[in-house]
Design a protein around this ligand. Structure first.
Ligand code: GDP
Length: 401
């Protein structure tokens, strides 16, 4: 049955407040089954959406024996074939390993000013109270946070005194070790994106609009595909049609299908459910679900993300909840992180636009603020400018090693 041109539509009676609406989700024929469209991942093709079906129907889905269906999902009897996307060669993204080292130049460009100010102060003629204060201020200005900056300065001050050295290379080595310690070199930054038995890994991507969330989903898909995995995207940011289009465009470039609704305001949980359902059916390695980033009210956000997670977990556990933060937003970004951490269990942070700010101290501040590691960083607008975070490469880029 799966080999046929499957056009499964799901009509969802969007619940809540008595304002019911119908949404249709369609998936297109698998391009991988067509000659000449192989793709490295085995997951080629795109998913398109149809306009909402008018008065379709209510039979339970039978796509997969034993499939779990949330109570508000129904299937239309209506089948439609979406237009085939224009054929174009798929991109072959590079693997994710060593990306930060490759993007080091960009990291150094944005962050080395911090390192050179610190090293200049440390190698000046006098290292008195005022100089130590300036060092602390420099770290605070780099968004590191007051407490970590004070801690680092106290530690470094003691070490310099105990070592009885002012040798620039030795002082630099001490600073390097202290910065590294603040970054938590032993934090587990593993991205849990490996398939488990008969189900895909599920990655939920959350964050405020404009932080680079959708771009991060697309770039994460590329990175995983570069590592040889198969990926399916779920466009659960249903409040902006443009977000689904954007996600689908990312997917199309690397042969990852996108499950989406073309109706703005459709139930995001239903899109997420369908994406994971498809991921299971197609034996995909990782399903990445993009969510809406409206910070309306804390309760609203909690309800929305909570529902998405609950509905997904009817079929498969959520392996990662990645919070996307814009590194250029400083205290505002930290406030966002706090709110998201209160409403959902964040497992990792994607810090974007680190190329656009010299304030790399935000890595330390945000990890400390919500107690989860920065797992990925964005260093530009290019398709492969998302890299696994590596504290050593980061510190060396700051200090110019
Ligand atoms: P969303 O609203 O959170 O989904 O944000 P988008 O994914 O649409 O991204 C907003 C803008 O940020 C786009 O112009 C992206 O190209 C840009 N952007 C995303 N990540 C980065 C990054 O790491 N560096 C830079 N310079 N720009 C980025």
């Amino acid at each position: 049955m799966e080999e046929a041109l499957i056009i499964a539509g799901i009509v969802i009676v969007a619940g809540g407040g008595g304002t019911a609406g119908l949404v249709a989700l369609f998936r297109s024929r698998r391009r991988s089954a067509e000659p000449g469209s192989p793709g490295p991942t085995g997951t080629t093709g795109t998913t398109t959406a149809e306009p909402p079906a008018a008065s379709t129907t209510t039979a339970p889905p039978e796509a997969r024996p034993g499939a779990v269906t949330p109570p508000d999902l129904t299937v239309p009897d209506h089948v439609a074939e979406p237009a085939a996307p224009p054929a174009r060669p798929l991109d072959q993204p590079p693997p994710s390993a060593g990306r930060l080292a490759r993007l080091r130049g960009r990291l150094a460009r944005s962050q080395s000013a911090l390192g050179s100010v610190l090293l200049n102060l440390l190698s000046g003629a006098t290292l008195d109270d005022q100089t130590w204060e300036e060092i602390e201020d420099t770290l605070i200005t780099a968004d590191m946070g007051v407490a970590p900056a004070q801690q680092l300065v106290a530690q470094l001050r003691t070490e310099v005194k105990v070592a009885g050295t002012r040798d620039p290379a030795e002082v630099k080595a001490l600073l390097r070790a202290d910065l590294l310690a603040q970054l938590g070199p032993d934090l587990d930054r593993t991205l849990h994106t490996q398939r488990h038995g008969n189900r895909p890994a599920v990655v939920l991507v959350v964050g405020v609009n404009g932080t680079g969330k959708t771009t991060a989903c697309g770039r994460l898909a590329r990175a995983l595909i570069g590592d040889g995995q198969t990926v399916l995207l779920g466009a659960a940011d249903t409040f902006r049609a443009a977000a689904a289009d954007q996600l689908q465009t990312w997917g199309d470039r690397v042969g990852a299908e996108t499950v989406r609704s073309d109706r703005e305001g459709a139930d995001p949980a239903s899109v997420a459910f369908t994406a994971v359902n498809e991921g299971i059916d197609r034996r995909i390695d990782t399903v990445i679900v993009d969510t809406a980033g409206r910070l309306h009210t804390k309760t609203g956000l909690m309800d929305e993300l909570g529902k998405i997670k609950r509905v997904i977990e009817k079929q498969a556990p959520v392996d990662e909840v990645l919070l996307v933060l814009d590194a250029t937003t400083g205290q505002n970004g930290l406030r966002q992180a706090r709110v998201f951490a209160e409403v959902t269990d964040i497992t990792g942070i994607i810090l974007t636009k680190l190329d656009g700010t010299a304030k790399g101290g935000i890595v330390i501040a945000v990890q400390r603020e919500i107690g989860v590691p920065v797992k990925l960083v964005g260093l530009g607008e290019g398709p492969d400018d998302l890299a696994p975070f590596d504290p050593e490469v980061f510190v060396d880029a700051i200090l110019g090693d």
